[in-house]
Design a protein around this ligand. Structure first.
Ligand SMILES: *[C@@H]1O[C@H](CO)[C@@H](O)[C@H](O)[C@H]1NC(C)=O
Ligand SMILES: *[C@@H]1O[C@H](CO)[C@@H](O)[C@H](O)[C@H]1NC(C)=O
Ligand SMILES: *[C@@H]1O[C@H](CO)[C@@H](O)[C@H](O)[C@H]1NC(C)=O
Length: 675
């Protein structure tokens, strides 16, 4: 059978050699279509299968506030560690590095050249010429992390004080991170997108004395150095092109010691210091995330929290193991990426680093004619946020639209057929027909991400059903959609790879229980029919300790039950399907998370906009599938008419005035001004 498949495949590839997406003339296409439809049809009449609903979660009795609780079907006890003994990040790292010492671990692309391109409008763009991945092994990574840890202590960093990492995702990030844990040093992370005030606040609140950053941040830090009162040392990751740091950058007024990452490793190598390993209840990370209002909040994660999530996620990625390759490009300051990379560490697979700007051959920063990260690495696993998958979908649709004609018809047909197969109507779709469509249509699309992705982890915000289906069909890879928050250390629920439904986030991960608690005021109760509904409350070893120096807020949303289990009240409203899968249906507060993951408080936006003279009444709407809010404004007639008069605008009646371009512009300008 395999040989037979191979022969058909080769034959079809020859047919499609004209290169489907590039146009070309495919004489054999009609033949392929005939083959693709007639044979599977015959097959399917023989083996008609109906997929039956599979139980994924089971109801469970738990402590704390009464509710309707669910656990993962496959595990009757909560999972806490990937294996016995790996109770902290430091232990996990050391044991995995010993076990996989000679295997590839962290890969970074070699920088061959940089150039500046000037666009027609005069703007300048940097283009990179990047080469192959260069790897360090697990064994080397362990040595480097140990050296860095020793160097840090030698430099004078006191292990009681936290260190912060403020950098883009890269191999050194993980090395510095693991290095600090060798000395039981807590790491503070801050989203780069939070802005200066948030950075100053987070570093000051945690009394960080050593800041580890990439050299791109140095200028930014120099500019605000007078506000960074607690900082004594800066350690920067060198650029690969060997650009040196301007020693005058921080002036004479600064008392900072500025050193490079490799200097510190060298220092540590020359004078090793004994490790001071943490325990599972020690705080590993204080992760600053955007608060819904005001200043960012620091979520305290213990070593036990992170290893529990990693252990649980490992169980839901099908066949994950050493032969996988993971492409890392999302921000490591985000719990989703941090958890994903910890999963890869625990299974011993290589992690190749990239960035959103260099991901594919056509990415912004990739020099024409050179390859994107995915093409070079050929990853088997990737993590993505919905906004990125939406972009992939739009890109493919645009390209197909441009081709038009036969190419477009063929794509649409293939898409429809594969969709029907995925939605479970017939067996043929999974066998021969699949091979055929893959060869003539989808192979090209898959090659955008290197052609080998077999599973995609998606999290951070809800994924639209449309995009999920599009990726299922075109990439041929199931998407594991995760639901979780920084406070639940990423994972709370995760959809299983064989679950082809859309719009749900799967059963609870094996590291936690998910409980629905009735919210009477909102009209959601656990006795609702057809499904129990309520606020989503998550409990288990992955639930974080709370907010740093913010007991009031911590007490409001974290509770410990009579058995000592921690629960986090998410404020999201969900319902449980009969198979134990969770669906998010609403939000308790008026806070909405937009597509890029920012929280918007609708009430706050309304309050700001209502101060415009042109707003009599206002309602702001936002949904997580877009990156902006929409405001419906009722303007006061009198004020508008007065303005029209003074501006000398002629109009028939009020509705006519409202439709005028000038009126709309005037109101919009006023709204922009007050916001
Ligand atoms: C790790 O550091 C914290 C904070 O400095 C301390 O409270 C804790 O006891 C340390 N853990 C161990 C195992 O020494
Ligand atoms: C840092 O925090 C202290 C209180 O702990 C406060 O007095 C000071 O103003 C803060 N500094 C900055 C720059 O925010
Ligand atoms: C540097 O340190 C000295 C003495 O400790 C102090 O007086 C001075 O204000 C510091 N300068 C800055 C910019 O922090």
């Amino acid at each position: 059978m395999e040989a037979y498949k191979d022969r058909i495949l080769t034959w079809l590839e020859r047919l499609a050699q004209g290169d489907y997406l590039m146009g070309g003339n495919n004489y054999g296409i009609l033949g392929a279509i005939t083959l693709g439809i007639v044979i599977p049809f015959l097959l399917s009449t023989v083996f008609l299968v109906k997929k039956k609903g599979k139980q994924r979660g089971v109801q469970v009795e738990v402590g704390g506030e009464p509710g309707f609780a669910m656990r993962n079907r496959r595990f009757d006890k909560l999972v806490e560690v990937p294996w016995e003994g790996a109770t902290t990040m430091a232990a996990l790292f050391e044991q995995s590095c010993k076990k996989n010492a000679r295997d590839r671990f962290l890969g970074t692309r070699k920088l061959i050249g940089k150039e500046l391109i000037t666009a027609n409008d005069g703007r300048k763009f940097e283009k990179l010429h990047l080469g192959d991945y260069e790897w360090i092994t697990y064994g080397e990574a362990f040595d480097r992390a140990c050296n860095f840890a020793s160097g840090l202590v030698k430099l004078g960093h006191s292990p009681e004080s936290p260190a912060a990492i403020f950098s883009e995702t890269r191999a050194e990030w993980l090395l510095a991170f693991q290095g600090c844990f060798r000395q039981n040093i807590t790491i503070v992370t801050i989203y780069a997108s939070l802005g200066e005030d948030a950075l100053i606040h987070s570093l000051n609140q945690t009394q960080v004395s050593t800041l580890i950053c990439d050299s791109k941040q140095l200028k930014k830090l120099a500019a605000i150095s007078s506000s960074l009162e607690t900082i004594k040392r800066i350690i920067y990751f060198e650029e690969e092109d060997g650009a040196t740091i301007d020693s005058g950058l921080f002036g004479d007024t600064s008392n900072w010691t500025v050193s490079s990452f490799s200097e510190i490793q060298k220092l540590g190598k020359e004078s090793p210091v004994n490790p001071r390993l943490p325990s599972k209840t020690d705080v590993a990370v204080i992760m600053y995330t955007s608060g819904s209002t005001g200043l960012p909040k620091g979520v305290m994660m213990t070593h036990g929290n992170i290893v529990a999530t990693a252990a649980a996620v490992t169980t839901v990625v099908p066949g994950i193991g050493k032969s996988d390759v993971y492409l890392a490009y999302l921000p490591l300051a985000h719990v989703f990426e941090l958890a994903a990379e910890t999963v890869m560490l625990s299974v011993g697979c290589p992690i190749g680093y990239g960035s959103t700007l260099t991901l594919t051959d056509t990415s912004n920063k990739i020099k024409k004619g050179t390859l994107g990260d995915a093409s070079v690495l050929k990853p088997t696993l990737m993590a993505a946020v919905p906004a990125i998958l939406d972009r992939v979908r739009d890109g493919v649709q645009k390209k197909v639209g441009e081709k038009g004609g036969l190419a477009k018809k063929l794509f649409n047909l293939a898409f429809k057929r594969r969709l029907a197969a995925i939605e479970g109507s017939w067996l043929g779709g999974w066998g021969l027909e699949r091979i055929i469509w893959d060869a003539i249509v989808f192979k090209k699309i898959r090659s955008i991400l290197g052609g080998h992705v077999h599973f995609m982890l998606c999290g951070g915000a809800p994924l639209s059903a449309d995009t999920q289906r599009f990726i299922n069909v075109c990439l041929g890879a199931p998407i594991g959609q995760g639901y979780g928050l920084t406070e639940t250390c990423a994972g709370a629920a995760f959809s299983e790879s064989d679950d082809m439904t859309v719009g749900r986030v799967g059963p609870p991960l094996p590291c936690c229980y998910i409980k629905l608690v009735s919210w009477e005021e909102g009209g959601y109760t656990i006795s609702d029919k057809p499904m129990p509904r309520g606020e989503i409350v998550v409990g288990g070893p992955s639930i974080t300790l709370g907010y740093f120096k913010n007991d009031d807020k911590t007490k409001e949303v974290y509770k410990v039950d009579e058995k000592g289990l921690r629960w986090f009240y998410t404020g999201d409203i969900g319902q449980f399907h009969p198979d134990g899968c969770l669906e998010i249906i609403d939000r308790k507060k008026d806070i909405v998370k937009l597509q890029h993951g920012e929280y918007v408080s609708l009430g706050k936006v309304e309050a700001a906009l209502i101060s415009s003279n042109y707003v009599e009444n206002i309602m702001v709407h936002a949904d997580p599938f877009h990156s902006y809010c929409v405001a419906l404004v009722v303007p006061p007639q009198k004020v508008i008419e007065n303005w029209a008069q003074s501006a000398g605008i002629e109009y028939k009646d009020f509705p006519d005035l409202c439709l005028k371009e000038e009126t709309v512009r005037e109101v919009q300008q006023s709204l922009s001004k007050v916001s």
